[in-house]
Design a protein around this ligand. Structure first.
Ligand code: CP
Ligand code: NVA
Length: 303
């Protein structure tokens, strides 16, 4: 049976194994693997991308395979060919497909109809591949991914949803500080509560950002305005003003906290420049780890 990664939950049984494999592959950066020879990744991007696109393409190339960037505007899907037919056609050409989509349902539809593995490269509900790199970075810096307090401050968006699932699966606690009405997805929270019963993790959804970061080992934020939400920009920037990760807020964290951001960042909005550039900030290691985790994920779904 093929292995899709649509949600962090698709890594529920082996998330830490994928992290460990990625750490190993980081040491073997330019090593090619014979099983990747002539293997092709098709990458559909409905939205812009720097990290996800370049990490997946570089990963596939370094492993010994090849990747093709597919812009829907240049494909028949942009002229009405269905996602299902596209999935069936691409399955005859490529060995694995990644898909960055506006709608989660379209990623599910592609996966349902493709006979090759499908990797969610971000949609409106989740960003699962990001979370593997985030916790790889935490493991490298802290030596573990369990028994930590992870705090997410900002919009309860796709990254927040995946972070919550990853945190509780790995046995850490998560506290989210977000304005009312911008909480993470309800269904995701229900799944996370179920997992937390087994892993002993604590989940807090708070409107007070100070409470959320109290004694935090990791502080994470993301943009206030996600791709596709540009029309809400002014209103959201006003509403989220008190949720900026700045020196005043991080003073409430544990003294050796790590600052993470999936990037791209907007200095002066969700995070200040001094926090981004502080010794606590590991955002560029986190970004580089997108490459190593792309290899870990590709190896896991293909072999
Ligand atoms: N973090 C992330 O997914 O970045 P890109 O949008 O540049 O891929
Ligand atoms: N929440 C952001 C993440 C970008 C990597 C967005 O969806 O635009």
């Amino acid at each position: 049976m093929k292995r899709d990664i649509i949600s962090v939950m698709d890594m529920a049984g082996d998330l830490e194994d994928i992290i460990d494999l990625s750490i190993k592959l980081k040491r073997q950066r330019y090593e090619q693997f014979p099983q990747f020879t002539n293997h092709v990744l098709g990458m559909i991007f409905e939205k812009p991308s720097t990290r996800t696109r370049v990490s997946l393409e570089t990963a596939m190339t370094q492993l010994g395979g090849h990747a093709i960037y597919l812009n829907p505007n240049d494909m028949q899907i942009g002229r009405g060919e269905t996602v299902a037919d596209t999935a069936r056609v691409l399955s005859g050409f490529v060995d694995v497909i990644s898909y960055r989509a506006f709608k989660h349902e379209n990623v599910l539809e592609l996966a349902k109809n493709a006979t090759v593995p499908v990797i969610n490269a971000l949609d409106d509900l989740e960003h699962p591949v990001q979370i593997v790199a985030d916790f790889m970075t935490v493991k490298e810096k802290k030596g573990r991914v369990n028994n930590l307090k992870v705090s997410y401050v900002g919009d309860g968006n796709n990254v927040a949803n995946s972070l919550i699932l990853g945190t509780v699966l790995l046995g850490s606690d998560i506290a989210v500080g977000c304005p009312k009405g911008h909480e993470p997805n309800k269904d995701i929270l229900e799944i996370a509560e179920q997992i937390a019963k087994d892993t002993g993790s604590n989940i807090e959804i708070l409107s007070d950002p100070v409470k959320a970061v109290e004694s935090a080992d990791v502080i994470y934020t993301d943009v206030w305005v996600s791709m596709g939400e540009e029309k809400d920009k002014e209103q959201k920037e006003r509403l989220f003003r008190n949720y900026q990760v700045n020196s005043e807020l991080v003073a409430h964290a544990s003294k050796d906290y790590l600052f993470l951001h999936c990037l791209p960042a907007h200095r002066g909005l969700e995070v200040t420049g001094d926090v981004m550039e502080s010794l606590h900030s590991v955002v560029f290691d986190e970004a580089e780890n997108r490459l190593h985790t792309a290899k870990g994920i590709l190896s896991t779904v293909l072999y």
